[in-house]
Write a protein that binds this ligand. Structure first.
Ligand SMILES: [Zn+2]
Length: 384
């Protein structure tokens, strides 16, 4: 479905517009990457130097260009600015341009831009801090489910959402308005509680087995998400811990509301306009189940892999964040996409993991941010 219908504009215009939009969004993603792991607000205060705290003037905040003009140094204190900033901006611009190159100025392009804008911070935060924050993954699962439903509704063939009615006929009951309204609404509402249950289940299954203190001293605590449980790390700073727990609760509440909003929208549309467009709603409904199937295909293997790794090695090989990431990726890209991402991500992860282990004296004990590979693979699969 086209987003813009202006026949006189050349295609190159849309590519350039997408690149500039990507630079601006990339600049914002830098703020997300820097502040979300620190638990800071992404809105206030405005951009400032990470070293001296001086507020950035508007003309020092232009994506990439300011970095080049300032020769990578803060105007106020002269400290080096991380190369990460222009890299994230350029990367976002290139991905946005490729999305529009592939799909044109469509709604699909807009959805893929949002998906990329969720993956990029997850990739960088996982690379730097070895964690995939719930603040991003919880709302992202609702977005992924809703996006797949919407694009299936307007007949977008990609993502594998439509094929699920062939693969899993038992899972997709015959379309009737009330059934679709109720079951679809339920799926959207339960997306976030499912993540929350996954977190709780993890505490029950693993928490008493992990020796967190020992893991901490080995510097491997980073392989799991500290927000996942309140009692896993010794109370070094109780106030900070309480604040983190409060942020976790707040992010869950906000995400549940987001899921409810999507469910109410779906149910409302089902009961009001579905009679007028029965075909579109049939497609949207199987798209919703397709998103569900994709989330399962993506996340269940990682969950089991993690359990098996724990049984064999006695340590946590990959975090629960990786499981959630793959649920999001599967919901957005469909089950075929999830397969591709698992394949590319694990091959890439093994190669990079082997290189890291070889170069580090810690050998096979080197912590491996698996989410980086899975996130990058997801962007690649989305673009192909
Ligand atoms: Zn400075």
């Amino acid at each position: 479905m086209p987003l813009v219908t202006e026949p006189n504009l050349p295609f190159a215009f849309y590519i350039i517009a997408a690149s500039i939009f990507g630079l601006v969004i990339g600049s914002f993603l830098n703020v997300v990457i820097h502040r979300v792991p620190l638990g800071e607000s992404i809105v206030f205060p405005c951009s400032h130097c990470a070293a001296c705290g001086a507020s950035l003037r508007a003309y020092d905040n232009i994506p990439v260009l300011s970095f080049l003009l300032l020769r990578g140094r803060c105007r106020n204190c002269g400290q080096r600015i991380s190369w990460r900033y222009p890299l994230v901006e350029l990367l976002t611009a290139i991905i946005f341009a490729l999305i529009v190159f592939k799909t044109g100025p469509t709604w699909e392009a807009l959805l893929e831009m949002v998906f990329a804008s969720l993956m990029i911070p997850l990739i960088f935060i996982d690379a730097i801090h070895h964690l995939l924050p719930n603040v991003i993954t919880y709302p992202a699962i609702v977005f992924a489910m809703a996006a797949t439903t919407a694009r299936a509704g307007w007949g977008e063939p990609q993502g594998g959402a439509l094929e699920v009615s062939v693969i899993l006929p038992a899972l997709v009951p015959i379309f009737t308005t009330w059934k679709a309204a109720l079951l679809g609404g339920l799926l959207l509402t339960l997306a976030v509680p499912a993540f929350w249950l996954l977190d709780r289940l993890d505490l029950i299954l693993y928490n008493k087995y992990f020796d967190w203190q020992e893991v901490n001293e080995e510097g491997e605590a980073a392989t799991h998400n500290p927000e996942d449980s309140a009692n896993e790390i010794e109370a070094v700073d109780e106030a900070a811990e309480a604040a983190a727990e409060e942020r976790y609760r707040r992010s869950i509440r906000a995400s549940v509301l987001f899921g409810l909003l999507a469910a109410v929208t779906w149910t409302g549309l089902c009961l009001t306009v579905s009679a007028k467009y029965p075909q579109a709603f049939g497609q949207a409904y199987s798209g919703l189940w397709g998103a569900f199937a994709g989330a399962l295909v993506g996340s269940v293997p990682i969950w089991w892999l993690r359990a098996i790794y724990f049984v064999v090695r006695g340590v946590e090989g990959m975090g629960l964040g990786d499981v959630k990431l793959m649920a999001i990726v599967g919901a957005f890209l469909g089950w075929q996409g999830a397969f591709g991402v698992l394949l590319i991500g694990s091959i890439g992860g093994s190669v990079i993991g082997a290189i890291l282990a070889w170069r580090s004296e810690r050998g096979m004990k080197t912590a491996m941010p698996f989410g980086v590979c899975l996130g990058a693979a997801a962007v690649i699969v989305m673009l192909t």
